[in-house]
Design a protein around this ligand. Structure first.
Ligand code: HEM
Length: 348
């Protein structure tokens, strides 16, 4: 059958309009706990199974997932924009921003997405998968102490810009005033800033992210710890160092901080309130962590959470949940991506 160019054009326009209206109407719907109950039965268990498997193989992946939630949701809301690879159309996605150094767990999310697509094609967004996976990781790494139900129904966005990530995410060289401003722009309080930064009880950072700390005075960093960091950073090109000294090799801690050896743990990456003890002792990698001690209100919360680990577990869960509800900018369009690193259609 021959179809004229005009008819073809009209068909394409109608199809695009249908896709756009489906995207925008879905965008308007509320997030709901159990959103996929009927749409994709058992999907939360599928995701959890993959996260458990991945963390058994490499526990550190859990920290990567928790950080990804933060970095996705803080920029354009939780829309999977941080998961997009660079492309001809978009040579500088969020991933390329210097502030996104060290992001990981992308392969795991693709693996989960493929499994979920096999089960229910075109139903579950990458942004929801990321939140579920990060929630599960936080729960596993805290031995179940950090837990919350995830309201779902997010869409995956089309836009991902490195310059937005660079402008909106906090930097490890920031002072407390700047951190407070950055979080306030997303409607997070000083207390929530302090609570969320407690995530630095797990994971790693590259030496380039804290090079200024290597020469900071003893009023800002415990000299023995500064020596330890200097040693670690002299080992190869821009190595990654544990955020929590408790996760360091026993021998390294013994050499530089013998008084700390009793706190070295056999299982690394335990998500708890140890960040606050370390911060008060000035044994933290990032300048931004230490700077929490220089604001009266923030310091009060550092003490509060150092003194009460159970309260931190609960408040951290609440704050992660709040992060996970950050919406896409008003009027944004979305879709359910087939793969998490690439958009399905060019609708913009
Ligand atoms: C307060 C401002 C924050 C700053 C300046 C900051 C900065 C950083 C930096 C520079 C790294 C290391 C990156 C690298 O060199 O590889 C890092 C790691 C990490 N951050 Fe933050 N962060 C902040 C808040 C948060 C929040 C709110 C969370 C989560 C709720 C978070 C979770 C993590 C985790 C889990 C890691 C370790 C990741 C891994 O090992 O893969 N951070 N952060």
């Amino acid at each position: 059958m021959k179809v004229s160019a005009a008819v073809l054009c009209a068909l394409v326009v109608v199809q695009a309009a249908v896709l756009l209206s489906a995207a925008s109407s879905a965008q308007a719907s509320e997030l709901k706990v159990g959103y996929y109950g009927k749409k994709c039965r058992g999907v939360e268990n599928v995701i959890k199974w993959h996260v458990i498997k991945a963390l058994r193989a490499h526990r550190r992946t859990g920290a990567a997932l928790v950080r990804l939630l933060f970095h996705d949701c803080f920029v354009r809301g939780c829309d999977g924009s941080v998961l997009l690879d660079k492309s001809y159309d978009n040579p500088h996605p969020e991933k390329e921003a210097p502030v996104n150094i060290g992001l990981a767990a992308f392969d795991l999310l693709e693996e989960i997405k493929a499994a979920v697509e096999d089960r229910c094609p075109g139903v579950v967004s990458c942004s929801d998968i990321l939140i579920y996976a990060a929630r599960d990781a936080a729960s596993i790494l805290s031995n179940g102490n950090v837990h919350f139900d995830v309201p779902a129904g997010r869409l995956d966005g089309y836009v991902s810009k490195a310059e937005e990530a660079q402008a909106e995410l906090p930097d490890s060289v920031d002072d407390v005033k700047k951190l407070i401003e950055t979080f306030a722009k997303k409607n997070f309080t000083v207390e929530e800033l302090v609570i969320l930064t407690g995530a630095h009880s797990i994971g790693q950072g590259h030496c380039s992210s804290f090079k200024g700390r290597l020469s900071e005075p003893s009023s800002q960093i415990t000299p023995a710890y500064r020596d330890l960091l200097n040693y670690k950073c002299s080992q190869g090109y821009n190595p990654a160092v544990d955020n929590n000294v408790r996760d360091e090799y026993y021998d390294t801690v013994y050499k530089y901080m013998p008084g700390f050896t009793s706190r070295v743990r056999k299982i690394p990456d335990f998500l708890d309130n140890s960040f606050y003890h370390n911060t008060l002792a000035k044994i933290v990698t990032f300048h931004s962590d230490w700077t929490l001690l220089t604001d009266k209100e923030a310091l009060g919360h550092v003490h509060e959470y150092a003194d009460n680990g159970t309260l931190w577990d609960e408040d951290f869960a609440d704050s992660l949940l709040k992060l996970s509800k950050l919406p896409m900018p008003a009027g944004s369009k979305g879709e359910i991506r087939k793969k998490c690193n690439i958009v399905n259609h060019r609708l913009y």
